[in-house]
Write a protein that binds this ligand. Structure first.
Ligand SMILES: Nc1ncnc2c1ncn2[C@@H]1O[C@H](COP(=O)(O)OP(=O)(O)O)[C@@H](O)[C@H]1O
Ligand SMILES: [Mg+2]
Length: 418
């Protein structure tokens, strides 16, 4: 490489090689790592095991509906039980097929059914068939197999929210059509309100049995972390204070073990980068900030184009005068930005709705202020530092050019309207 110093990388590599090693095995802190033991979930493990056990003697287990907030161990417990069930089924020579599908990751009903088919070796094309046709093939193929199939639909709320609960309905009725095989369903939901959205027939069939996962408290999280830390970190690297703080922060949120493990992993990375020998509470605090930063950047990047333009409009107004603004002023800047991009602006009413959504996401803050006899008005400001907005939007090819844009309506119209 021309111009580069010959030793430019030596330092990087040497530093890395000579650095104190914090992690023994970073992989065990990943979200999809399945630990050997799941403390504080013995009750749920046993109950799910008891519900599924009849399959070992050729009887169809009841359907189960599992719910609880994110990070309460639903996925881990279910996979844990299914893995052991598979081993026992082999041992006892019981005809069982176990299939696990994450509905949010699968995305569409078509993809879910093709995964089910693949599980029992029925080949289906990637496209070209309707959902109904693939489902018929699945039913026929399954019935020939003379088996009991346990189908786990994780994050099933994703299916229902996409208004595609046809598949769910068909699956809850499938046993009426099968003569030689049977299906048991395990539905898992992170959203406790899912019950209100489900077709009552689906709900009553799916919840033959119910399993609730309560949030972990700080002590429980601490035990989970301590156990995981033993395999993730070298001995003596993790301070007691750091581990307690990770547990306390995650417990204060909603008892989310994933959050607690994330804090621990990122705190380890911070310590490593600082070449510290021990992970301290300060590293955890820094990890908390980093995670929050990334969460906001991600939330901003995933907004629709129009919501991004609304955020960008408030960004410009606040850069200009630094104080709260009103819907009318935001709408003026927003329509101008739409004009710059050559797209049709939404109505002011629709933009008002977007503002409420952004408020609910915590990206901006809308405060209703009384204007005396002029009624009430909403005063809006960004809840996110402007540097983060720049960071999140500069990668977007269309928005990048609008970040340093100077809205013309500022010079034309300085009156305060709503
Ligand atoms: N009781 C537990 N013991 C050890 N690790 C756990 C426990 N509960 C959850 N975890 C870990 O926390 C993370 C989140 O758990 P997960 O099962 O994915 O939660 P959910 O499916 O309820 O959102 C996973 O990495 C999992 O390994
Ligand atoms: Mg899960």
């Amino acid at each position: 490489m021309e111009g580069a110093e010959p030793g430019i990388l030596d330092e990087v590599f040497d530093n890395f090689f000579n650095s104190v090693t914090i992690f023994k095995d970073r992989e065990v802190l990943r979200h999809d790592y399945l630990p050997e033991r799941l403390p504080h979930r013995e009750e749920q493990i046993k109950k799910l095991g008891m519900i599924l056990a009849p399959v070992l003697k050729g009887a169809r287990p009841s359907n189960v509906f599992i719910y609880g907030k994110t990070g309460t161990g639903k996925t881990a417990v279910t996979k844990y039980v299914l893995n052991r069930l598979k081993i026992k089924a082999l041992e006892f020579n019981a005809p069982v097929d176990v299939c696990y599908i994450n509905c949010r990751l699968a995305g569409t009903e078509y993809r879910i059914i093709t995964s089910l088919c693949r599980e029992i070796s029925i080949s289906v094309p990637f496209t070209g068939l309707s959902v109904g046709e693939v489902f018929d093939r699945f039913k026929t193929g399954l019935d020939k197999r003379k088996t009991i199939m346990i189908i786990t639909l994780d994050e099933v709320d994703a299916l229902v929210k996409n208004r595609s609960d046809m598949l769910l309905y068909e699956l809850t009725r499938i046993n009426e059509f099968l003569t030689r095989s049977k299906v048991s369903l395990i539905g898992i939901s992170n959203d406790l309100r899912l019950k209100e959205f489900l077709d009552p027939r689906v709900l009553s069939s799916l919840s033959e049995e119910e399993l609730v996962f309560r949030p972990y408290d700080a002590t429980e999280l601490r035990n989970i972390l301590t156990e995981r830390a033993k395999i993730a970190f070298h001995e003596g690297v993790l301070s007691e204070g750091a581990i307690s703080l990770c547990a306390a922060l995650a417990a204060a949120e909603h008892g989310d073990a994933r959050r607690a493990l994330d804090l621990l992993r990122v705190a380890g990375e911070v310590a490593e980068r600082k070449r510290a020998k021990v992970i301290t509470e300060d590293h955890v605090r820094e990890a908390e900030k980093l995670i929050e930063h990334n969460r906001v950047v991600e939330a901003l990047s995933n907004l629709t184009l129009h919501s991004k333009l609304v955020v960008l409009s408030i960004f410009h107004i606040m850069r200009k005068n630094g104080c709260r603004t009103v819907t009318g002023e935001i709408y003026d800047v927003y329509t101008e930005l739409c004009g710059e991009l050559g797209i049709t602006p939404l109505t002011q009413r629709r933009v008002s709705t977007l503002i409420n959504e952004l408020d609910a996401m915590g990206l901006l803050n809308a405060q209703v202020v009384s204007m005396g006899r002029y009624g009430r008005t909403k005063k809006i400001r960004l809840e996110v530092p402007r540097t983060i907005i720049k960071e999140a939007f500069s990668g977007d090819s269309r928005l990048g050019s609008l970040i340093d844009y100077e809205p013309k309506c500022f010079t034309k119209n300085t009156s305060n309207r709503d």
